[in-house]
Write a protein that binds this ligand. Structure first.
Ligand code: SF4
Length: 407
């Protein structure tokens, strides 16, 4: 059985800046109106929601990147991480019909799918020899799968490899399981799932917390307080989780700021969030109220990442979700506050059913190549962003394929 080791870091090629240090800012390159915010960041003072809004409204992207980089290098030095993981979407059948979602289906729909437990176990079993350390598993709110199905699935994945981290279920899935499937209080449901093998819950489903926006883009989904309560409950049980934001649709910059405020507030309370993973709305298949939405520009995506890094001073890691950004832009984002390129994923479905044209997976070599080329030091991480050494039986793709993937 492969063993994971906490990394004793080999001498980093580019890691001249240790964690907790950062290069001083060149204030000549920061516009006058942003200097008071930059000074706060350099002095390790918390910025306000007004400050965050001012940053969102700023058009000097390089100044934002410079400020975000101070926060980024203070927390993570020159390291940039990635995880070797396998995505599984067990089913897209869902009782809800969120307006932005091109993934969900009703049972009668031609694109509905539902994998048998044997098929999921086989897929994960096939990924283990590649060295994956995590299976990331989410699905729709399935109308008829039973409690035993979920428990058997977790139990059989756990039995494949007790060191494999099972990251599964969004907050809305956790509530669905508690209310309609297990018919138990949320905390008891999470305890049973953890007992069966659940390692952490995912950060999905946060969308934008504002209730009026939610009503238009995901009518019927859990409210912001309900999403936050699932994570609060999980954190109170000693669990960790990630958090997300779906932006670039009908929300305003004030809505984004409010979303970040609520995440920072919960993090002050629990400290349970390991990383923040914002992603832009994928508009290819959009219709109805979202039909007019254009894809967020590269500028907008980098600005959003930089502002997130500066504002969320109590969340250690910021992930660029390359499935949404594309690896080339994710690579650039390493200079705009990002310290993590997410993972190999091996098979992404949700964004691709919405029309994403990025690849459905990356090799470790491609991710490491992207990180090194950006002047950062690549390190594999576990599900809680802790540095690890690759599994002894992990396979690394050749640099040639990395160059192709980054092209
Ligand atoms: S976003 Fe989730 S809850 Fe909403 S329709 Fe899609 S799968 Fe269902």
């Amino acid at each position: 059985m492969a063993i994971l080791f906490v990394a004793t870091h080999y001498t980093p090629v580019h890691a001249s800046r240790a964690i907790n240090q950062s290069l001083p800012m060149n204030y000549q390159l920061i516009p006058k109106e942003l200097r008071p915010i930059a000074e706060k960041v350099e002095a390790r003072q918390r910025i306000s929601e007004q400050d965050a809004l001012a940053l969102y409204e700023a058009n000097d992207l390089n100044a934002l990147g410079m400020i975000a980089n101070v926060a980024r290098e203070r927390k993570n030095g020159n390291y940039a991480t990635y995880i070797h993981n396998r995505y599984i979407n067990y089913s897209n059948i869902c009782i809800l019909s969120c307006q932005f979602c091109a993934f969900a289906a009703k049972k009668r729909d031609a694109h509905a799918f539902e994998y048998a437990i044997d098929e999921i176990v086989q897929a994960v079993s096939d990924a283990l020899p590649l060295g994956v350390t995590e299976v990331h598993m989410v699905g729709g709110l399935h109308p008829s799968l039973k409690k035993d199905w979920y428990l058997e699935l977790l139990g059989r994945l756990r039995a494949l490899d007790p060191h494999l981290h099972i990251k599964a279920f969004t907050a809305i899935e956790a509530r669905h399981l508690a209310q309609r499937v297990f018919k138990m209080p949320l905390r008891d449901t999470l305890e049973i799932l953890r007992e069966a093998g659940l390692g952490s819950i995912t950060g999905g489903g946060a969308e934008i917390f504002d209730s009026a926006v939610r009503d238009q883009i995901c009518h019927g989904k859990e409210t912001a307080p309900e999403w936050l309560d699932v994570h609060r409950t999980w954190h109170s049980m000693g669990g960790r989780s990630t958090c997300t934001m779906l932006y670039g649709h009908i929300e305003t910059l004030a809505h984004r700021t409010d979303h970040l405020r609520q995440l920072r507030q919960l993090q002050d309370e629990t400290g349970g969030f390991t990383g923040f993973v914002p992603f832009a709305f994928e508009p290819t298949q959009s219709h109805g109220i979202l039909a007019h939405i254009k894809r967020a520009s590269a500028f907008e995506q980098l600005r959003n990442l930089a502002v997130s890094r500066i504002y969320l001073d109590n969340i250690d890691h910021l992930t660029a979700y390359w499935v949404s950004l594309g690896l080339p832009l994710a690579q650039v984002s390493l200079s705009y506050g990002v310290d993590d390129l997410h993972g190999t994923i091996l098979e992404e479905k949700i964004f691709h059913m919405a029309g994403a044209t990025t690849p459905q997976q990356q090799t470790i070599a491609a991710l490491e190549h992207a990180i090194r080329e950006a002047g950062r030091e690549p390190v594999q991480r576990d599900s809680h962003y802790r540095h690890i050494s690759p599994k002894a039986n992990g396979t690394h793709a050749t640099p040639a394929s990395a160059e192709l993937a980054c092209a």
